[in-house]
Design a protein around this ligand. Sequence first.
Ligand code: PLP
Length: 359
Amino acid sequence: MARIFNFSAGPSALPEEVLKQAQSEMLDWHGSGMSVMEMSHRGKHFSQIAAELEADLRALMQIPQNYQVLFLQGGASAQFSFVPQNLLGDKTKACYIKTGAWSEKAIQDAKPYGDVIVSASSESSNFTTIPDVTHWAVDNDAAYLHYTSNETIHGVEFNEIPNIQGLPLVCDMSSNILSRPMDVSKFGLIYAGSQKNMGAAGVTVVIVREDLLGRCLKTVPPVFNYAEQAEHQSMLNTPTTYSWYLMGLVLKWIAAQGGVEVIEQRNIAKARKLYAFIDASTLYRNSVETTYRSRMNVPFSLLDETLNKEFVTASEAAGLHALKGHRLLGGMRASIYNAMPESGIDALIAFMQEFERTH
Ligand SMILES: Cc1ncc(COP(=O)(O)O)c(C=O)c1O
């Protein structure tokens, strides 16, 4: 069996150790005589998996005690609608920062529930930068301020947590959670889908400060009401048990690597290498302002776009999977989340170098 290097934006590569462990436990989890898929979510085995999952996430992210950790369904996309419905309360406005396709989606989906104020936007630069935080038009009457810490499609990443006074900070961290340390105490709410840095698709992590609970609209189904789910350990309905289990394995893998700090150093080294190669080449280009280039998603174009198809075909044949860019941007994109080893970056660079030489 030959495993490829998978550059998919999500669902994406998982650590090989995790897959092997899941394989070895597939038929019999820890002497239970069952697969995790076959267990009752209320039984003692799965209760242990669930308790460790939450404890491990709390430890890795140093989540303070006054935050609830929820494991929900519906993806980050559902949270685009349920964040405003849970947090607006008696306020009518919410502030959003527009930095690319995903924050744009969050803005659109929040509009039915209140007045959405776009406090800053980098649209005029085609989303190649992050607007300077000192110029954000923040409305202090708003319920919260929302931003997207890493724009998966545009390849733009905040390199620090915006320093906002007064409003709870809400963050879609779907594509860079656990890739770098984040001080959770600076946030009112963090949400993230599992299928990039945390495991298989199927779980959405919501980390919410307790004082923000209890403002949910009565029209919201209980499974998307944060306070209700917090009260029921995210088990108001049957959870996606196998995805919880896989997330647990990924978290234990991160801890075994040395934690988020060690992972961050690896991510810095991987991204630096790839961007340095792209910048030095005469065929490839990344147009994101250097300071805000994503460590997770590296979009790049070929200066001769007629070569795109050949590049994709040849890279797939070379065992480099899913480099074709998102349809919004065209070109290419290499998603290099935590599970992408440095050898994957080296293989990608070697391929790109040879392609450039022969074209
Ligand atoms: C930053 C960001 N937010 C939200 C989403 C949507 O996630 P889901 O498809 O799980 O709803 C994605 C998916 O790629 C994403 O990258």
